[in-house]
Ligand binder design. Structure first.
Ligand code: NI
Length: 184
């Protein structure tokens, strides 16, 4: 089942998401999230983006041909805890399925250490760097109620105000189904 993607302005994107009860069967939800993300050609999707305020996100960089480092990077993160972010901050132009057609440069630390469960509740503690870390940081922000535009300068944010208002009204071109909070 393909969910519509929740657009910028919906309060669910600003909530700190809640942990899942350990042992919950996530098979259908995780399958649906991968289906939804692939249909929208995304490389990451967090549960709040389908309207569910729970600590769950998925990543899949395996389709990016110019990123050989990501060829096995398809994962589910359940109840993740960011233990540490370190290394030199580096800039990268980010986008987000909930903020279509806007891409802006964001600086984030190069590396991270994260604790999480996979979809079968196997526990992991791992270190990631580079693009893998970048994707995880962006998705982890979603379950904390944060968005990449929060890192932009006040000036930059002001220049995007009109576009963001249009997105909240559903006045934006996408190749996937959206759910806009202010759509009449
Ligand atoms: Ni996003």
């Amino acid at each position: 089942m393909i969910y519509p993607i929740v657009m910028y302005g919906d309060p669910v994107l600003r909530k700190k998401a809640k942990d899942l009860e350990k042992g919950t069967d996530l098979t259908k939800l995780v399958n649906d999230m991968f289906e939804t993300m692939h249909a929208a050609k995304g490389i990451g999707l967090a549960a709040p983006q389908i309207g569910q305020s729970i600590r769950l996100f998925i990543v899949d960089g395996t389709t990016l041909e110019d990123e050989p480092d990501l060829k096995d990077f398809k994962k589910t993160f359940v109840n993740p805890i960011m233990l540490d972010e370190h290394g030199l901050p580096w800039p990268f132009e980010e986008g987000c399925l909930s903020i279509p057609n806007i891409r802006e440069e964001v600086e984030r630390p190069e590396k991270l250490r994260i604790q999480y469960f996979d979809e079968n509740w196997n526990p992991f503690e791992e270190e990631f760097s580079g693009m893998k870390a970048r994707i995880i940081q962006h998705e982890y922000d979603h379950i904390e109620g944060k968005l990449f535009i929060d890192y932009l300068s006040p000036l930059k944010k002001r220049t995007l105000k009109g576009k963001l208002a249009n997105i909240s009204r559903g006045d934006v071109d996408t190749e996937y189904r959206i759910l806009a909070p202010l759509k009449k």
